[in-house]
Design a protein around this ligand. Structure first.
Ligand code: AMP
Ligand code: GLY
Length: 427
């Protein structure tokens, strides 16, 4: 396919806003649509309020608007088979960026992903999986392990299905609750795994199932409190690049993790077109996989989009036309930093509908990506836990962080909270 492209982006977060921002720089973009989008995205794309669960309405929308390329931002539509539906109804008329159900299982089933890693010798924590009727075996296994012990609901549990238990007793109490439905269907099976100690980071590729390109690496900050304390959140900030990823570690990531993953997918006849997000941990210089995701990370994407120099739309087109091996992704050497503004009380209960002020001015090379915002009676108000991502790019990490923190201070709404120490551990 040549010429200019009509593109549909699915999702409504800061990740999708930053992808929309990047796609808008492509001379090959004819028109960008987004379902459902948000007030920030609506300045860059034509947004439509269609449910991401309504597969047939999305198909009709794509056909009616002659859309040639679809990018799925979040994981839920992928785990719900949206790409299978689109592929069956649209055939080859449209490039789909996001895997079908078989590939999305890398994220939607922890047990599947652990078995996949073991089948293909990909380094990951030792584990065993148990169902409800195996409670006594599960307890025995727990007692045989060193603490801390990691329990993971097999299915998608909105980022809450992983528990790190400090004692055997705690792990035994929790496994009973989980197998008893603590996370509904998601914890019908529970993976019990060894705790790995090291620094976590995220690596990303875009693949057509055969070739791949690497995107910039990033580190995200998941905990609500400074110095990584308190509850887990959807993500409070991110930094890219990650300075300790030198050429030696990069080669290990490629040879031990990325290449065997792609080869494993091929051997198992799992077609895969889209992103793979490797949640990694650096254990004394050796990378281990903590998890796979079948999409980009949020808030990593807000930082990495700033660092990609190449045309991202061209990468998607190459991915859909089997020419990804001819595409090379160049990146800016500079550092990017993202600081997330969240609602007071998040990730526990929080109020919505707070008017947001002072959000229009940005210093040069800084960007405001909307996540949980909404227009109500002509005003911009908060509509979620994570409200706005503030991303900046600069020569040094500290300058990038300072620029985002400056914006974080300027923007006002009732209950605003953000972490002031993003990047604290990357000295
Ligand atoms: P996951 O959803 O699998 O990424 O797990 C959520 C978080 O739990 C990860 O980001 C890690 O901080 C932590 N975690 C998961 N598995 C392990 C493990 N085996 N060892 C140490 N920490 C882990
Ligand atoms: N930043 C982690 C995630 O998107 O799952």
């Amino acid at each position: 396919m040549n010429g200019r492209y009509k593109v549909l982006l699915l999702g409504s977060g800061g990740r999708e806003h930053s992808i929309a921002w990047k796609l808008n720089q492509s001379p090959d973009l004819e028109k960008l649509f987004c379902i459902p989008g948000n007030p920030g995205i609506s300045e860059l794309a034509e947004c439509h309020q269609i449910s991401l669960q309504n597969h047939s309405e999305i198909t009709q929308f794509i056909s009616k608007n002659e859309i040639q390329l679809v990018i799925c931002g979040p994981e839920a539509p992928l785990a719900d088979g949206l790409m299978n539906h689109l592929s069956e109804s649209l055939g080859n008329t449209c490039i789909l960026i996001g895997p079908k159900l078989s590939g999305a299982r890398l994220e939607s089933s922890k047990n599947f992903s652990k078995e996949f890693m073991f089948r293909h010798n990909i380094p990951t924590a030792a584990y065993k999986t148990f169902r409800k009727e195996q409670l006594s075996e599960a307890k025995e296994f727990i007692l045989s392990m060193k603490t801390p012990i990691v329990l993971k609901a097999d299915g998608l549990a909105a980022g809450k299905g992983v528990l790190i238990c400090q004692s055997h007793n705690e792990a035994i109490e929790e496994i009973e609750l989980m197998l008893d439905g603590k996370f509904g269907e998601a914890s019908e099976q529970v993976v019990i795994e060894e705790f790995l100690s090291g620094i976590e980071f995220s690596s990303f590729i875009l693949t057509d199932g055969k070739y791949y390109v690497e995107l910039p690496d990033a580190k995200d900050y998941k905990r609500i409190g400074e110095k990584d304390t308190g509850l887990n959140t959807g993500g409070m900030g991110s930094i890219s690049p990650v300075h300790f990823i030198d050429n030696i570690l990069r080669e290990k990531i490629r040879n031990r993790i990325i290449n065997p993953t792609i080869e494993g997918l091929q051997k198992e006849n799992i077609p895969y077109q889209g992103f793979i997000f490797f949640g990694l941990i650096n254990v004394n210089g050796d990378p281990f996989v903590i998890e796979y995701n079948c999409r980009l990370g949020d808030p990593e994407t807000e930082s990495i989009m700033l660092r990609i120099k190449s045309d991202l739309l061209q990468a998607f087109i190459a991915c859909g036309s089997g020419t990804l091996n001819d595409y090379s992704m160049s990146t800016h050497d500079h550092y990017a930093a993202t600081v997330f503004l969240v609602s007071g009380g998040y990730p526990d209960n929080f109020e919505k509908g707070k008017e947001i002020f002072n959000y229009k001015d940005c210093p040069e090379d800084s960007y405001i990506f909307h996540a949980g915002t909404q227009i109500k009676d002509g005003k911009l108000v908060t509509s979620g836990g994570r409200v706005i991502a503030l991303s900046s790019i600069s020569k040094t990490k500290d300058q990038a962080i300072q620029k985002s923190l400056y914006m974080a201070k300027q923007i006002q709404y009732d209950g605003k909270y953000y972490r002031k120490d993003i990047g604290f551990d990357l000295e």
